[in-house]
Write a protein that binds this ligand. Structure first.
Ligand SMILES: NC(=O)c1ccc[n+]([C@@H]2O[C@H](COP(=O)([O-])OP(=O)(O)OC[C@H]3O[C@@H](n4cnc5c(N)ncnc54)[C@H](OP(=O)(O)O)[C@@H]3O)[C@@H](O)[C@H]2O)c1
Length: 162
């Protein structure tokens, strides 16, 4: 199974200046719990934005640069190659960024979608999700609190069977 995990603003923004915009520890906890022990597949920019391989996961980085190396990561040159690397995993996760989400959206079975109920200025967007193709199978709402500045919802979208 191949899944996307992403946090998007009300206006579909996901990042700015190669960084995340918001700080929501409750959503980070959800990310960690959901992806722990699994393959995580990311673009080279997202990897560099993280600054290191994320622990307790197999990190796969996609780049066109044949000379690129990243300690503690598997480096590949196409999304297809990344998916092949992860094929032994019961669920592999596409963790961004914008470019890689765009390539992966037509291929994934599930989207873990954190919707932040706020709009932000940014330079990277999640592609439009055509809800005709997806069913919401789970939704949890979280209020803002002293540690989480914005309210958000975590949805699970499963691709409709044809
Ligand atoms: N909100 C969220 O959930 C979330 C999650 C992740 C990231 N982000 C944000 O997203 C932003 C980064 O996204 P981005 O779109 O700029 O970059 P990205 O998708 O992380 O990485 C883009 C890079 O991936 C490689 N790549 C892209 N298409 C490729 C292809 N077809 N074949 C081989 N390699 C390919 C290229 O690397 P080379 O240039 O090395 O060839 C390209 O520069 C940051 O702001 C980050 O904070 C947000």
């Amino acid at each position: 199974m191949l899944s996307i995990i992403v946090a998007v603003a009300e206006n579909n923004v996901i990042g700015k200046d190669n960084d995340l915009i918001w700080h929501l520890p409750r959503d980070l906890k959800h990310f960690k719990e959901t992806t722990r022990g699994h393959y995580i597949i990311m673009g080279r920019k997202t990897f560099e934005s993280n600054g290191r391989p994320l622990p307790n996961r197999t990190n796969v980085v996609i780049t066109r640069d044949k000379n690129y190396s990243a300690e503690g990561c598997i480096v590949v040159h196409t999304l297809e190659e990344a998916i092949k690397e992860a094929q032994s995993d019961s669920e592999a996760f596409i963790i961004g960024g914008g470019k890689i989400y765009e390539l992966a959206l037509p291929l994934v079975d599930r989207i873990y979608l954190t919707k932040i109920h706020h709009s932000f200025e940014g330079d990277t967007y999640f592609p439009e999700i055509d809800m005709a193709n997806w069913v919401v199978t789970d939704k949890r709402d979280f209020e803002a609190d002293e540690k989480n500045e914005y309210p958000f919802s975590i949805l699970v979208l499963d691709r409709k069977k044809v």
